[in-house]
Structure formats: C-alpha cells, structure tokens
Design a protein around this ligand. Structure first.
Ligand SMILES: CC(C)=CCC/C(C)=C/COP(=O)(O)OP(=O)(O)O
Ligand SMILES: C=C(C)CCOP(=O)(O)OP(=O)(O)O
Length: 300
C-alpha cells in the first residue's frame, strides 16, 4: 500500500472513531455540539492522529492493529482542531476560511467558537482516560501521556509558541527566535503524537527519545513547508487563504532565508528526522519514514 493510501485508510479509521468520541447521550447544548463537530468533521489531513497510529505500529504492529492508540489519536485531533478554531479568531489570525469551509466563528459567532475550542481541548483529556479505562493501555503509560499532553499543548508548549508568534509578529530577526516559535507552536504536538503512539505500544526510553527527535524535526519541516505553501500554494487544495503571512507581516523562513534555502531546510530536517528513527531499531519503521517523505513533498 502506498503512503498516500495508508494515510487515507488511517484517516478514515480516525474519522469513524471521532464520530463516537463525543457520547450522543450526553446532554450538551445543541449549538455547542454542532460547533465542535463542524470543525472536527471539516476534514484536514489528520496528520497528528495518523502519526500516533504509525508510531504505535513502528514499535509493535500488533498493538497498533488492536486499536490501543485510537483514543489518543482522537485526543490529539481534538487538541489540534481547538487550536485552529482559536488561531482563526479575530483576536488572533482573523481568518475566514479553514479546511475548505468558513471558519468556526464565521458560522457560530465568536463566543460559541471559543467555547467549542475550550470543549474540544477538555474532551481530549476524557479521550486519553478512555485508553486506560478500556484496558488497552497501561495506567502508567496513560499517566505519562496525560502529563505530556498537558505540557506540550500548554504554556511551555503550543500555547507558549502561539503567544510568542502573536507578540513577536514584527520583531523577529533571527532564525533562533523563529525556531522557538515553530518548535512550540507546531513541533510540540507532532512530537507528542509520535511519542504517545509509541507509549501505547510499549516503546523503550531510547525509542521514545528517537520519536521525540523525529517529531521535533518533522514538525519544524512541516511548519516551514506550511509557510512556503502560504506563498506558492493553491487555496483550493490547501482549504485556507494564501498570502496570509505577508498580510499579517509575519516573519517566516521564506522571509528570512528565501525560498530555495527554505526548501533545503525542509529536506535537511526531514532527512535528520528519518535518521533518528532509522537508527533506533524499530520493528516496523516504514510507515513513519514514508509519512516524513510524503509531507516533505506535500502541496496541501
Ligand atoms: C493555542 C493556539 C491557538 C495555537 C495555534 C497553533 C497553530 C499551529 C496555529 C496555526 O499556525 P499558522 O497560523 O502558522 O497556520 P495556518 O496557516 O494554518 O493558520
Ligand atoms: C501547524 C499548522 C501549520 C497548522 C495547520 O495544520 P495542518 O496543516 O495539519 O491542518 P489540517 O490539515 O489538520 O487542517
């Protein structure tokens, strides 16, 4: 099966699991449920949950096949979707279009969009707890996953990166400052995804370390590619507006280094990410390696 087919198959399985992740019988205001499901079901590449599953498979193909990592895959997609809803708000990037549809606040209004994001973030931790409750992931591994999710999605992680991004908009002058933003805003959730997937399948500490390096480097390459696509990508394929970084005076890799050097960095970081996994002695590393190559060449 090609990497594209593998991603499509896993993304479809994640979609099914997401449908069941918010219990129907819960008494939730209808407008809130609609707003949560609107962004969650709008699609997206499902990169982070697919990476959770591919990392579990790298460690132990049978554990992945048993679906142990799926609640964690759902959790990370909820955290990511919340972050996009909030990122699009007028107080942040003020975007009108996401995942090929009007942004959440354009449809539901700012207050409900904020609350839908809050609810998705909170519900992610409920999903993580289900992994231990259904007995497929040990309580010890689940506890480590909770701790890592809180850290890497929170102030020392994604929220910190987003804050530095918004406060630093015009004042960034060095690659080091920019890397701080990218590593936290984007890499932290990607590193969480592969490490948490590995934990569900019983990864050793050296394997977890290799997955962390893979995730951080891949995340950085992914964000640089996102900024390249903002300049040269196709709005219909991307499902969001292009040229938004220039309009918001954002300092990016293409702005600081130019397009050719930025592309070289994506290739270098992807190669280094793959090397970390190749050297760690995983039983089934091919899907993780294939996803890294696929992302480097992506146009959406
Ligand atoms: C706590 C919050 C709200 C975090 C948001 C994190 C994030 C990665 C936003 C999208 O980045 P981007 O603005 O570079 O991407 P896009 O081009 O998709 O808007
Ligand atoms: C970190 C960035 C660049 C935000 C968008 O992430 P994705 O490109 O993974 O967004 P979806 O496919 O999930 O919509």
């Amino acid at each position: 099966m090609s990497t594209a087919d593998y991603i499509a198959e896993k993304a479809a399985a994640v979609q099914d699991a997401l449908h069941q992740a918010l219990p129907q019988e819960w008494d939730v205001p209808e407008r809130l449920r609609e707003a949560m499901l609107y962004s969650l079901n709008a699609g997206g590449k499902r990169l982070r949950p697919v990476l959770v599953l591919a990392a579990a498979e790298a460690v132990n193909g049978e554990a992945e096949a048993a679906g142990a990592a799926m609640p964690i895959a759902c959790a990370i997609e909820m955290v990511h979707t919340y972050s996009l809803i909030h990122d699009d708000l007028p107080a942040m990037d003020d975007d009108d279009f996401r995942r090929g549809k009007p942004t959440n606040h354009k449809v539901f209004g700012e207050a409900v969009a904020i609350l839908a994001g809050d609810a998705l973030l909170t519900h992610a931790f409920y999903c993580v707890a289900q992994a231990a409750k259904n007995g497929r992931v040990s309580a010890e591994a689940t506890l480590a996953i909770v701790e890592e999710l809180a850290r890497l999605a929170g102030a020392p992680g994604m929220v910190g990166g987003q804050t530095a991004d918004l406060l630093g908009e015009q004042g960034i002058t060095t690659i080091e400052e920019l890397d701080y933003i990218h590593l936290h805003k984007t890499s932290d959730l990607i590193a969480f995804s592969v490490q948490a997937g590995g934990r569900t399948a019983g990864a050793s500490s050296s394997q977890l370390e290799a997955l962390g390096i893979f995730g951080r480097k891949l995340g950085l390459a992914f964000q640089i590619q996102d900024d390249i696509l903002d300049l040269v990508g196709d709005e219909a394929k991307l499902g969001k507006k292009t040229n938004s970084d220039v309009e918001q005076n954002k300092v990016t890799y293409p702005y600081l280094l130019g397009m050719d050097k930025s592309r070289e960095e994506v290739e270098r970081l992807t190669a280094e990410a793959k090397q970390a996994v190749e050297e760690a002695g995983f039983a089934y590393p091919d899907r993780l390696l294939g996803i890294a190559d696929y992302l480097m060449k992506r146009d959406h």
